[in-house]
Design a protein around this ligand. Structure first.
Ligand SMILES: Cc1ncc(COP(=O)(O)O)c(C=O)c1O
Length: 434
């Protein structure tokens, strides 16, 4: 352990060199992009009846390989997962006044997608150890207007799908899995994202496999797949040629992926295992060393037996009382040692002004207040106490586990935490103005 003064007080930081970049874009992606550029066909979608309604060669190849990889009947690409989730809500037939249960700890799109079709997001609380939806809280929020649940596998940690699917089956609800952060994570022998009726993955720049922007939705249901394809590409223009039975929500947009993005995504998909393995191995190395800090517990230890967390973020629970240092001070001191430890993810989604003030479309309060519902919705602080506590008090995390980092980098994380804890009294003296 280093005995030098803390870097926050001018000492030498544990980490003296910048960590290497996690860029997995290689010669395969470059070659694939050049081939698309040479062809001149940068997107082949057409919002009209005919084969191009379903996109070009790379888009279809990506969808075929994606479905094969994840073992689903269908995979449909989108220009983002935000678009894909909106299409899922449309395909699920959500109508004004319908309620969809969503988690509060996530990126906002997991909840706002519901609003696109006039549905109302209802927040259920998370489990304190997985940070994913708690089936008990979900069941408490169900009313006769509830139609679906959006489950998020936060930070790559699989949610309790057995518990959540059981609640959904009991109440006849559709399950949409937001696996934006979890491609490659397994729940038993099934990839997360493939257990509910619909599941989605993000391909934005920050994700494990990326194409700049992009998203993919998977399903085993033919009708849902057709509806997704209509919503993706100006469905009203082709719906007659397809003889769709129920026209609800089949008006479309332009939610289409380009051939360039699809070409990159295809190469990235082929590297999924190579990109995921180091995440799991490095996290397991870190878990073994973090457990000795009394008052800091890795999130990954709560993954159910036989499942796999894929560590989009490496998260830990920080017990301020046991450690004897405010979370923010601990995180700041660790950051000064060169380790980018964060103490908050996004605030609970319902803290956003749109929910707090119940203003989405225009100023009338729709869809929270409307002729389609006689319920009163509340987005006050306190409705999901476990999520709020994680955000305000006990979550710490970082992007520590990914290629090309090594166990030496993990040792630096541990050393920085060790060093800060060894100097706890110095930090407290300064904080108390000593
Ligand atoms: C949990 C979650 N859901 C949805 C999204 C939206 O994905 P995209 O950026 O592809 O629209 C993200 C992106 O960060 C996410 O992390």
């Amino acid at each position: 352990m280093s005995l030098s003064p803390l870097a926050i007080f001018g000492g030498t930081p544990v980490c003296r060199e910048a960590w290497p970049s996690p860029n997995t874009i290689g010669k395969e992606e470059k070659k694939a992009v050049l081939e698309v550029l040479d062809s001149g066909v940068l997107s082949q979608f057409l919002g009209a009846p005919g084969p191009d309604f379903l996109g070009g060669t790379r888009v279809r190849q990506l969808e075929m390989e994606w479905a094969e990889h994840f073992g689903t009947k269908h995979a449909l690409s989108f220009n983002s997962l935000t678009s894909g989730l909106q299409a899922c809500i449309g395909a699920a037939g959500i109508e004004p006044g319908d309620e969809v249960i969503v988690p509060p700890l996530t990126m906002s799109a997991s909840a706002t997608c519901v609003i696109t079709y006039g549905g109302v997001p209802v927040f259920a609380d998370v489990d304190p150890r997985t940070l994913c939806l708690d089936p008990v809280s979900v069941e408490e929020k169900i009313t006769d207007r509830t139609r679906a649940i959006v489950v998020v596998h936060l930070f790559g940690h699989p949610a309790d799908m057995d518990g959540l699917m059981a609640v959904a089956r009991r109440h006849g609800l559709m399950v949409i899995e937001d696996a934006a952060q979890a491609p490659g994570a397994m729940y038993g022998d099934r990839p997360v994202g493939t257990i509910g009726e619909l599941g989605g993955f993000s391909l934005n720049y920050h994700k494990t496999i990326q194409s700049g922007e992009g998203g993919v939705i998977v399903t085993n249901d033919d009708d849902l797949a057709q509806r997704l394809s209509l919503i993706r590409n100006h469905g009203e223009m082709v719906v007659e040629s397809l003889e769709v039975e129920n026209l609800a929500n089949t008006f479309g947009g332009n939610l289409r992926m380009t051939e360039i993005e699809a070409a990159i995504a295809l190469e990235q998909l082929r590297k999924l295992e190579v990109s995921t393995r180091p995440r799991i191995d490095l996290a397991s190395y870190l878990d073994e060393r973090i457990v000795r800090f009394h008052g800091i517990e890795p999130q990954g230890l709560s993954a159910p037996e036989g499942s796999s967390h894929v560590y989009y973020f490496y998260a830990m629970f920080y017990d301020e009382e046991e450690i004897g240092l405010p979370r923010s001070l601990f995180a700041e001191a660790v950051r000064a040692e060169g380790i980018h430890l964060r103490e908050w993810y996004a605030p609970p989604v319902y803290w956003a002004p749109m929910y707090r003030d119940q203003v989405a479309f225009g100023k009338s309060g729709f869809p929270f207040v409307s002729e389609y519902t006689d319920r009163e919705f509340s987005y006050e602080r306190g409705i999901c106490p476990v999520a709020e506590e994680a955000y305000e008090q006990n979550l710490i995390f970082g992007k520590f586990c990914h290629w090309p980092l090594t166990t030496e980098h993990m040792d630096q994380v541990v050393e920085a935490m060790d060093k800060v804890l060894a100097h706890r009294d110095d930090l407290l003296t300064v904080e108390q103005g000593g």
